[in-house]
Design a protein around this ligand. Sequence first.
Ligand SMILES: Cc1cc2nc3c(=O)[nH]c(=O)nc-3n(C[C@H](O)[C@H](O)[C@H](O)COP(=O)(O)O)c2cc1C
Length: 225
Amino acid sequence: MAVLVGPDEANLSGHFAIKRHGVLYSWGPAMTNQPDTMSLERAVYGRRSVRTYAPGRIDDDVLSFLLDAAVQAPTAIHQEPWRFVIVQSEHRLKQLSERAKELFAPEVERLHHAHGQAGDNPFAQPEFDVFYGAGTLIVICAPSAAPFAEADCWLAAQNLMLTAYAMGLGTCVIGSAAQALNEPSFKDSLGIPTEYTAIAPLIVGFPKGETAPQTRHRPAILSRW
Ligand SMILES: Cc1cc2nc3c(=O)[nH]c(=O)nc-3n(C[C@H](O)[C@H](O)[C@H](O)COP(=O)(O)O)c2cc1C
């Protein structure tokens, strides 16, 4: 069993305890002193996109635990097309964030315009970090030609995010980084083969403060026969 101590800055009250494939795998702030996994229902309803992070990176045992959960996802024709790129270098995260902002700011302008909104465009602000200061970016990639590979990667992403939440970690999909990640220069420097596409970029880190609850519309049933 690996015991991992979170950073003091994150004010994490507990530690993570990991036992792979077993019942018991973590104690985190969300489930202090409960020697069992969070219920699936609690994770599904409680997970929120976290956009404020304390300093610190998840360590390799936690990372490998999350990736292991990710690859339990359903996969079309049992292809398991997912491959993972892990970015924890502050320099690379900064480079990626800057390029993502350049590429995505006009898209946000366009969307604001289309919806008649005149709001701020965070992507145009020099200090904005598309990764919100999270210590780890996980990019789920797949061969561009693989059938249903996008679906596989997103299903893996959700497994990863729910598992991270159950461990007291924060996550957020960063779709705004996808275009930059798929530029030949970034693919080359990050080791993503040309025939692969970066599909699901996710940040993972230690949440700082509370994340506001979100609501959803009631499920809309189009028809029933
Ligand atoms: C495909 C996709 C791309 C997203 N891209 C971003 C992004 O670039 N930046 C961001 O802050 N959140 C991003 N999100 C998170 C959504 O904004 C978030 O899921 C939504 O507001 C609902 O909030 P919740 O995740 O807390 O339930 C993305 C989500 C998805 C599914």
